[in-house]
Design a protein around this ligand. Structure first.
Ligand code: GRF
Length: 188
């Protein structure tokens, strides 16, 4: 079994798609030790309850520095013997101590065809750009914002009458298939 931790800050639909694939037996060698979140009210916490999964809630504001905040995370990761970290809508950059401990063993999913539209509101950026194609990217995590080596990208159309919500939804449908596939390929 390879132990992974999933980090999320928001809704957690990607987190749930991974849990569903595990439950359905499609990731037979993956064990999620816990959901790690930095947001006390995030919906991903509700989703974790459905799977009786441990949740670590860790708020940056309770620590004197980001390094101290991450030290707490590393304590949990170490005690759970986590081997890989999967970011699924985690809204913080990973600091140097976690990066050092998990070199090339942290992945992220981002809703654009990187290197285009890094950072916040990638879907809005793509919509406003006039592009007719966008997509989603799974990549290794480095110290930059959505800058790590690309592992896999899937594309979808942008229609002229798309709302941001419609495009977001089209991308998420892809993400829920792509992320478990990549996890299966590179982690297990
Ligand atoms: C996804 O679109 C992912 O690409 C990005 O944040 C979003 C998270 O959505 N990093 P959810 O919380 O998994 O629904």
């Amino acid at each position: 079994m390879t132990k992974i931790a999933i980090f999320a800050s928001g809704s957690g639909s990607n987190f749930e798609s991974i849990m569903t694939q595990i439950e359905e037996g499609n990731l037979p060698n993956i064990e999620v030790t816990a959901l790690y979140t930095d947001q006390v009210n995030a919906y991903c916490i509700e989703r974790a309850r459905k799977y009786n999964l441990d949740v670590h809630i860790n708020e940056l504001k309770n620590f004197p520095s980001k390094a101290d905040y991450e030290r707490k995370i590393i304590e949990w990761l170490t005690s759970e013997q986590v081997e890989w970290i999967v970011l699924a809508g985690y809204m913080k950059l990973i600091g140097e101590n976690i990066l050092k401990a998990y070199n090339r063993r942290i992945i992220n999913i981002h809703p654009s065809l990187l290197p285009k539209y890094k950072g916040k509101d990638a879907v809005g950026q793509a919509l406003e750009s006039g592009d007719t194609i966008t997509g989603t990217t799974v990549h290794y995590v480095d110290s930059g914002m959505d800058t790590g080596e690309i592992i896999e990208q899937w594309t979808c159309d942008i229609y002229t009458d798309d709302t941001k919500e419609q495009l977001e939804e089209r991308i998420k449908v892809m993400e829920h298939k792509l992320y478990p596939k990549v996890i299966s390929k590179i982690i297990q």
